[in-house]
Design a protein around this ligand. Structure first.
Ligand SMILES: [Zn+2]
Ligand SMILES: [Zn+2]
Length: 199
């Protein structure tokens, strides 16, 4: 009986995490002593995000995983966590898919109530960005996790810092070598300058 119970304990967390992509915590369970929630964001979790927001320009690869710590501070809730993983992004220069590694740490103080919406949100200062809001009896971590992932993704994704991009004339991937196209406005002085800058 004891052995059976132990093996169930050892095996169940992984199974639970794979099946459960809802990270909804009843607010009353969050005490001053705090609790840790293991998050394992896999293909299913990202698929739902893509359904909610088809404009997302990354595809999930592998997964993001980490731990979220929740703690009650009077009427507020402290949400602290870390996530690590990788997402498939499209390089903004050569359009190739590549894996963007993610290592995110966050520390948010959640106030009970409704977030000030519209214009005000844009005017938040850096210090205020660490604050957010929650409403109701359940704390759904989904929105906070999505926001942290979006904040961590680069505005101009690059497969590598020195990506050469695509030839504007023939579309060849210049990372594979020169394509043979002449520059649109051929100027020997400019070509020489360009050669020097590449050396
Ligand atoms: Zn690239
Ligand atoms: Zn070309």
């Amino acid at each position: 009986m004891f052995m059976g119970g132990l093996s169930t304990l050892l095996e169940s967390p992984k199974k639970l995490m794979k099946k459960n992509i809802n990270y909804v915590i009843p607010v009353e369970q969050i005490t001053w002593a705090g609790m840790d929630v293991a998050v394992d964001l896999g293909a299913e979790w990202f698929a739902r995000w893509h359904t909610d927001d088809p404009s997302l320009d990354f595809a999930p690869e592998d997964h993001c995983a980490g731990v979220v710590h929740l703690e009650r501070h009077e009427r507020d809730i402290l949400l602290r966590g870390h996530l690590a993983g990788a997402l498939t992004c499209t390089c903004s220069r050569c359009l190739a898919l590549y894996l963007e590694p993610l290592a995110i740490e966050f520390d948010l103080l959640l106030h009970q109530g409704v977030a000030p919406g519209g214009e005000e949100e844009i005017e938040l200062t850096a210090a205020e960005l660490d604050e957010d809001y929650f409403l109701g009896d359940d704390l759904d971590l989904t929105g906070y996790l999505r926001e942290q992932i979006l904040l961590a993704l680069p505005l101009k994704p690059l497969c590598r810092q020195d990506c050469q991009g695509l030839c504007p004339r023939c579309g060849a991937d210049l990372n594979q070598g020169p394509c043979g196209c002449q520059p649109v406005e051929f100027n020997p002085a400019f070509a020489k300058l360009k050669k020097i800058s590449q050396e």
